[in-house]
Ligand binder design. Sequence first.
Ligand code: SF4
Ligand code: SF4
Length: 181
Amino acid sequence: MIGFLDSLLVTVRTALRRPVTAQYPDPSKRQPVAEGFMGFPALTWDEDVREPYCTGCMVCVRDCPTQCMSAVMDDNPKHAEGASRRRKIVREFEINLGRCILCGICVDVCNFDAIEMSHEHELSKYERNGNRVDLTRLLEMGRAYQRETGWGPSQPKKNSGVPVEKPAGEREKSAGGAAGR
Ligand code: SF4
Ligand code: SF4
């Protein structure tokens, strides 16, 4: 009898507790993903100079085990104007997210803090290649991730695009050198 009452109590307690599941896919009832969650890769944005961190160097493209990425590099016009430290900048970037295995190798090998595993994970499509995403979309995903997590580069001094002010002595020297030429 006591055993029966015990189990009845467990049943009543379970029936009355608050639900622990979410009503997917209702957007207002979704659970936030964990901070360290690894969703699809996305490109980061350097707000200080208003351009991507990515230089299009191709290191991630060469190391991607599923060869689902491609990138094209360009001379950076902002560097020529003195507005950015990045001599080169990405012109085109594409990832076929349908083939990405979310391994994170692209993030590990990037020397420029330019790519991160975002929190984006809901990209189901009906077409086989419906998840080929371009530079614009990858930057949108990256900016959403940066806003959500307060992301900052792991090597800000090295990877910031903000031009470095030369010390006064050096500035005069290079100006003198230029005048003498
Ligand atoms: S994401 Fe990084 S490794 Fe890949 S092309 Fe851009 S700068 Fe190079
Ligand atoms: S996470 Fe892995 S498979 Fe996906 S793009 Fe990066 S290196 Fe390629």
